[in-house]
Design a protein around this ligand. Structure first.
Ligand code: NAG
Ligand code: NAG
Ligand code: NAG
Ligand code: NAG
Ligand code: NAG
Ligand code: NAG
Ligand code: NAG
Ligand code: NAG
Ligand code: NAG
Ligand code: NAG
Ligand code: NAG
Ligand code: NAG
Length: 811
């Protein structure tokens, strides 16, 4: 047996030396970028790929589901979350079996994709007049093309795009881009970017139940949207430097134009058309341009009887109208149906619910200009299938009435003077305020949808015994080889470096060595802050990147590397403009450090009494901080509590935008883990701590952060710091002080001037200030259930920014 093993090893070594290409890792030696006539790529052979000479693009079989593959082109290197970005697919709508499927390059210059179970090819280039052989090239630009012996390109993937346009690839009249169905389902979706009959590039939603053009705004003429209909050609391209040029006069430059980056333009699953650049160090795509900024204007995302609103972290979310329920729990496009019985027409039993700042686009049963609200109600009551109306202010004393027979494309309007009136039966008690409506509790996280396995079973051919035994031999031999290769691999590499590479790939973090950080911080000499979690130092790396480096004291002995990594990899997935970026970490024996981006302007605490922070900046800080915290608490992510919200942990960038920092104290909770045992010990900073910390059996929820946020806002407004000797009695507490002033004023708003910090420069809008204070007071309520959620706070504050008047009644 031993001699047999030696024989195998010798055979293997010989094999290795003879065919080095076959056994080397893809990074160290280049894989072929050309496929010769008569050869095939097989789905089963994991080495059957074409890689562009520069290594950027790979062509091969890509797994799109259980036992389902599509022949695709993708960016070779994975992103930080290990996913690959696909730029083209041959058979996006018909995936092939994971066994015995093949892509063959015929001698006639045709490319044919076959699935063993199907008699006909799944996909083919079908170049009829080609009789001569051609080579298949994977080009550096991402173009997969067939070139014959006369150097003519007879077919190219750039000529049949799916959802992505790469730099130098032309969008033409015959090649629309069509979105994928979802982030996990690559088959053709409902959003299309195309050249319309009048030569204008448009985005259309072409769904199973409704359809509509939404970009450019179909209420305007093409000309009013800056487009030309007089083009003689229909082409558009993006160049390498980020300049987009189209024959319909749509020109744009990406935000990082002039720089050389890896770019793509994609019609995303959410219906927006975006330009992306690759951040090579962090391995994420950054949006550098998008067609639609108000993403609720995209049609079809929320179905009938529902509305779309912008949520701080996920671009947008759908909510049912009040007292309506989702028709299909997994798919918003089905819309919502009423929970109550709708009344018959014309019996005068109907009433209207008022929703300021909402609109439903299209589907008018009747349009009546220059009309009063009461008359408009009568119009809608008089139409049997009128579901409600939009009442819009046009000019001074002039309103229009749009009675609607379907409530589709509902959205919150940022700057319009219209209101929506929903027709409801008078006899039934309905929810009469819009708060729950906006924050619909029916949120479904589309990312978390289960993926349906594609069933592509095929009949197995009975095999001859000899073939079987040969196969068994092959497998055994293969297994031995694998063992040997792994052995050699482990012997020749230091384990620490492989782990480092692995971590970098999975989390997008950089792992720093202690020596490196020690050097960057000049032996930890530049202390810039001290927090519960440890001391923060300023560090500068040799490439001039400045960082804030935090030496964690809590972790130094208690926790192992695995726990630390689990925690920071979760934090690394958080990515929001109002949260501090984490660049990396160090973990060497007892040294545990985190490396953050550095904020030049310090913390809110340092700037609280600075004259540079005028009232409008303070308001923006309140909104930005709320957005950052709302993102942390968001339902769709793992639930992260901050637990130490205070002015010292709100940092300001050069434009004074707030970034919430220091997740040192935050612990991840299970979604329902309100009684988490991790929280037996009180955390946070006196003065900002919610009362429930002091009681043993009170559950700790995200409302502790809401409380601290409320105190921070009050501090920012009044300039007074919260009493640090926090007692159970309400005396001396900041919120009580403000409330007392408010009550003493007895209904007038003179109290506002009394509580507002007089040393701060600049004017403030008294209504806006009143609302901000009231929101802060609600946040710092003793009873945690009386406090709003962080996303409700964002909604309330944004509503004030849009239109202060309409807000009053919902407080
Ligand atoms: C292949 O890539 C080069 C740039 O590397 C480009 O100039 C050329 O046009 C591309 N060829 C095709 C057929 O796409
Ligand atoms: C894009 O940049 C080019 C030069 O870099 C400039 O000429 C052009 O005006 C810019 N286009 C737009 C739409 O900003
Ligand atoms: C362009 O690249 C330079 C150097 O890599 C970088 O400093 C700069 O911020 C980039 N500009 C934009 C707009 O991304
Ligand atoms: C809900 O939508 C999914 C996906 O579109 C579909 O597969 C399912 O059959 C639908 N369920 C119902 C009850 O209509
Ligand atoms: C939307 O609500 C109306 C009643 O207000 C109802 O007649 C209609 O069927 C609902 N739409 C869907 C898709 O259920
Ligand atoms: C709606 O009407 C049906 C039959 O007319 C009745 O059985 C049902 O209870 C009603 N539902 C509500 C919520 O009133
Ligand atoms: C709107 O109607 C009122 C009376 O009904 C009339 O006086 C006014 O001129 C109308 N305005 C416009 C712009 O037509
Ligand atoms: C909204 O109404 C105000 C006056 O009340 C007007 O100045 C403004 O232009 C209107 N905005 C829109 C979008 O109609
Ligand atoms: C409407 O919703 C409110 C609050 O969710 C509830 O109290 C009320 O009973 C509902 N009305 C109907 C008719 O379902
Ligand atoms: C993708 O969507 C298509 C069209 O709705 C559907 O037929 C297919 O089963 C879906 N595939 C997966 C993996 O969910
Ligand atoms: C760095 O600091 C440590 C103590 O913090 C000290 O022991 C060591 O000598 C210092 N090294 C240098 C090069 O200053
Ligand atoms: C923030 O930093 C910038 C540049 O460093 C400076 O111009 C600005 O005044 C600072 N703002 C505050 C509030 O310190």
């Amino acid at each position: 047996m031993a001699s047999l093993f030696v024989f195998h090893v010798v055979a293997l070594v010989l094999l290795l030396s003879k065919t080095p290409l076959l056994y080397s890792s893809p990074t160290s030696l280049s894989l072929p970028s050309v496929l010769k006539p008569g050869s095939t790529l097989s789905v089963e052979n994991k080495d059957d790929f074409l890689i562009s000479p520069n290594g950027l693009f790979t062509a091969g079989f890509y797994s799109v589901g259980e036992n389902a593959y599509c022949f695709s082109v993708w960016f070779t290197k994975p992103l930080s979350d290990k996913s690959h970005t696909i730029v083209w697919m041959a058979n996006r709508d018909v995936p092939v079996n994971g066994k015995r499927s093949k892509l063959s390059l015929l001698k006639t210059g045709n490319l044919v994709l076959r699935d063993a179970a199907q008699p006909l090819p799944i996909w083919t280039t079908n170049i009829i007049d080609s009789k001569e052989p051609a080579h298949l090239f994977m080009n550096n630009t991402g173009n997969l093309y067939l070139q014959n012996q006369d150097n003519q390109i007879i077919w190219q993937s750039f000529g049949s795009p799916t959802n992505t346009l790469l730099p130098l690839q032309q969008l033409t009249k015959d090649t629309p881009l069509v979105s994928s169905r979802s982030s996990t389902n690559y088959s053709s979706g409902f959003y299309k970017l195309y050249f319309d009959n009048d030569n204008v590039i448009r985005l259309v939603y072409n769904g199973p139940r409704v359809a509509g053009i939404y970009w450019p705004d179909s209420r305007k003429t093409a000309w009013a949207s800056g487009r030309s209909t007089f083009a003689s050609r229909r082409t558009a391209t993006l160049d390498m430097s980020g300049h987009f040029v189209s024959s319909d006069s749509l020109f744009f430059n990406t935000s990082d134009s002039e720089n050389q980056s890896v770019r793509r333009l994609t019609v995303d699953v959410d219906g927006n058309f975006r330009a992306y650049s690759l951040d090579e160090t962090r391995r994420i795509w950054k949006v550098t341009w998008q067609a639609i900024s108000d993403t609720c204007r995209v049609h079809g995302i929320c179905g009938e009887n529902s509305t779309c609103s912008i949520s701080p972290s996920h671009d947008r979310k759908c909510s049912c109208l009040p007292n309506h329920t989702m028709i299909n729990r997994t798919d918003w496009s089905y819309g919502c149906k009423p929970k109550f019985n709708t009344t018959l027409c014309g019996n005068g039993e109907d009433d209207f619910l008022h929703f300021p700042n909402f609109d439903f686009y299209g589907y008018e049963a009747k349009y009546v200009p220059n009309i009063t609200r009461e008359e408009c109600k009568k119009v809608c009551l008089g139409i049997c299938n009128c579901k409600g109306f939009h009442f819009n202010y046009e000019t001074e004393g002039y309103f229009s009435c749009y009675a609607k027979f379907r409530l589709l494309n509902g959205f919150r309007t940022v700057n319009s003077n219209g209101s929506m009136y929903l027709k409801v039966p008078k006899s039934i008690p309905l929810l009469s305020n819009s708060e729950n409506f906006v924050n619909g509790d029916d949120l479904i996280c589309s990312e978390k949808l289960p993926t349906v396995p594609i069933d592509r079973a095929y009949e197995k051919n009975p095999k001859h015994e000899s073939v079987k035994s040969l196969m068994i031999f092959t497998y055994v031999f293969g297994a031995l080889e694998t063992i040997c290769i792994i052995y050699f691999f482990c012997r020749t590499r230091k384990p620490s470096t492989t782990r480092q590479g692995y971590l970098q790939a999975t989390t997008g973090f950089q792992r720093f060595s202690y020596a490196e950080l020690k050097k960057a911080t000049s032996n930890f000499s530049k202390e810039i802050g001290r927090g519960g979690g440890g001391i923060v130092y300023k560090g500068e790396f040799s490439n001039n990147r400045v960082a804030a480096i935090k030496l964690l004291k809590e972790y130094s002995n208690k926790q192992g590397e695995a726990e630390l990594l689990a925690e920071i990899s979760t934090l690394g997935r958080l990515n929001h403009m109002n949260l501090i970026d984490i660049w990396g970490y160090c973990s060497e024996r007892k040294h545990k450090l985190l490396v953050y981006e550095y904020m030049e302007n310090g913390s809110l605490a340092q700037n609280l009494h600075s004259s540079k922070l005028d009232w409008s900046k303070r308001f923006d800080i309140a909104v930005g901080t709320a957005k950052g915290l709302a993102y942390l608490h968001e339902e769709c992510l793992e639930w992260v509590l901050h637990c130490d919200v205070k002015p010292h942990n709100i940092l300001l960038d050069t434009n004074c935008n707030p970034k919430v920092a220091d997740f040192g104290l935050s612990k991840l909770l299970d979604r329902d883990g309100t009684h988490n045992t991790e929280f037996t010990r009180a955390r946070g900073t006196r003065g900002y701590m919610a009362p429930e910390w002091l009681f043993v059996n009170h559950p700790i929820t995200s409302k502790v952060d809401v409380y601290s946020y409320g105190v921070v806002i009050l501090e920012m407004i009044t300039g007074r710091s919260p009493a640090s000797d926090q007692s159970l009695e309400s005396k001396g507490r900041l919120d009580s002080w403000v409330k007392e002033k408010m009550i003493a004023a007895g209904g007038t708003n003179g109290w506002i001037e009394e509580v507002v910090d007089v040393t701060v420069d600049g004017k403030y809008d008294i209504n806006k200030m009143e609302i901000l204070i009231k929101v802060a007071l609600r946040c710092s309520e003793e009873d945690k259930d009386a406090r709003p959620t962080m996303s409700q706070v964002v909604d309330m504050l944004l509503q004030v920014e849009e239109n202060g008047d309409n807000y009053e009644d919902s407080i």
